[in-house]
Design a protein. Structure first.
Length: 104
């Protein structure tokens, strides 16, 4: 017999405490239950937060498309600048555009 086997043979297993099996079975039954459903108030709050987020994002996009810069525009990065209603100027970094009415 190997020394490891002798160690295992000399070890006396510990008996489980009284009621151990019943507690394990009861806990396993409770794990299978469905989680609590969100209340109507939580659903309403989640809906309001989602609606506000979407509305803010939409407003930001609309504002960015129609924001206007009058006078001078200096590009720090490559950017498009709407000039009037039918022209777009593409400015490279460091470019300077002077126009009576430009839309960024």
């Amino acid at each position: 017999m190997k020394p490891e086997e002798e160690d295992l043979d000399s070890w006396e297993p510990q008996e489980p405490s009284a009621g151990f099996a019943e507690r394990v079975v009861t806990a396993a039954r409770h794990e299978g239950k469905a989680p609590k459903r969100p209340t109507n108030a939580r659903r309403a709050l989640a809906g309001a937060v989602m609606f506000t987020t979407v509305a803010a994002g939409f407003a930001l996009v609309v504002h960015a498309q129609h924001a206007s810069a009058k006078g001078d525009v200096v590009a720090d990065t490559r950017r498009e600048v709407h000039v009037g209603t039918r022209a777009i100027a593409v400015l490279e970094p460091g470019a300077h555009l002077k126009c009576p009415r430009t839309t960024v």
